[in-house]
Design a protein around this ligand. Sequence first.
Ligand code: SAH
Length: 256
Amino acid sequence: MHTHGPIAIMSAMQDELQAVLDELPDAKVHHVAGRDFWRAHWEGHVVIAVLSRIGKVAAATTATVLAQHFGVRAILFTGVAGGIGAHVKVGDMVVGTHFMQHDMDASPLFPRHVLPLYGMDRFAADTQLRDCLLRAAHATVLELGECIHADARAEFNLDDVHVHPGLIVSGDRFVSTTAEGRALQTELPDALAVDMECAAVAQVCHDFGLPFGAVRSVSDRADDAAHGDFTRFVDEVASHYSVNVMARTLQLLPHA
Ligand code: SAH
């Protein structure tokens, strides 16, 4: 990882970004490309917190601005995702080891999922960021009572929360039917979670030679019930995970 430049923290949802901003009293806003980028200090690092916006193109634009305009040295992503791995349940966390666009299909010119001209179908997380995120997520789970209210723990069955390292797949679709979730599972059996941004940000980071790491808390099972308590989950669980895991991750990372 480079030793200079801020560390970017991207969130997909406004509530999650707000929870992070609440920890950053000295945050100053910069407007670029229609987005608000918040520069601040957190755990001894200079950070830029920003909403990725939803979907691959929006997130890729945000990541490009972070790389080109703000000269960040790494990008961390925190957000919610649908759980598609068999053992991945609502309230668990998935730390990305690899990222793939599940809706990339340039066949028959290129094999299904392969990114034209990249010669591959997935990008790996930076190993240092991945390991810090894993340690941070495990520590958050061990002290869950500190960050999640007892009512929310009971409501979302958070008594047995697991952290899973593995493949996160992204596409421009909120997967909210059981049929679609199952089809994804069958097509990509090693995928643990589905979102709409991570693989796009991973590709931008690859292009700029930037380390990338992501943690997603599982808000739904990418099935017919996915719309359920999505907003309340983000508000009462995911936002608290985000703040806790990001703060702990920053503590583990070397200072510039
Ligand atoms: N119903 C929500 C939709 C937001 S889009 C709303 O009204 O606000 C969903 C966001 O959460 C995206 O940023 C995506 O990355 C993530 N996500 C959570 N569950 C998902 C799923 N089942 N499929 C795809 N993305 C999901």
